[in-house]
Design a protein around this ligand. Sequence first.
Ligand code: RP5
Length: 160
Amino acid sequence: MKKIGIIMGSDSDLPVVQKAVDTLKSLEIPYEVHIFSAHRTPVQARDFALNARENGFGALIAAAGMAAHLAGAIAANTTLPVIGIPLKSSVLDGMDALLATVQMPRGIPVATVAIDGAVNAALLAAQILAVEDASLAARLDARRRAEAAAVLEKDSKLSL
Ligand code: RP5
């Protein structure tokens, strides 16, 4: 099975990124997590992206806040699917990171999830792998059924 690579710009991003890790774990998907910054360690970020396909990754998740160039910088160096998580780590509440991550120029796509949307980033990465993996697709279906059942249970207990 292909791995998912999770890259974050700083260790201060870990509380949000942990939710992506937990989601991948729950789906039994192999992953690697790294701290690489588009600004502070650009060479390491580039090298990771350049080698990601031959190192067994099937999709990459890049999480960063502020002037969040990480997902775009990773996407510039691989044709693997790249999912960007803009983080709410600044006085601008993540709007800076959202625009920096989502507004990619033509030719270098980044699939951007919501601000702090780590769970959806992991689920989207899983769905990408599930295109070629029926067993993973079944686990994703089961997760959706469980979530639907949880909502219906809450509905049945409503007494306002
Ligand atoms: C970004 O700057 C990181 O992704 C983080 O969200 C933000 C702040 O980083 P630290 O100053 O906490 O290391 O590059």
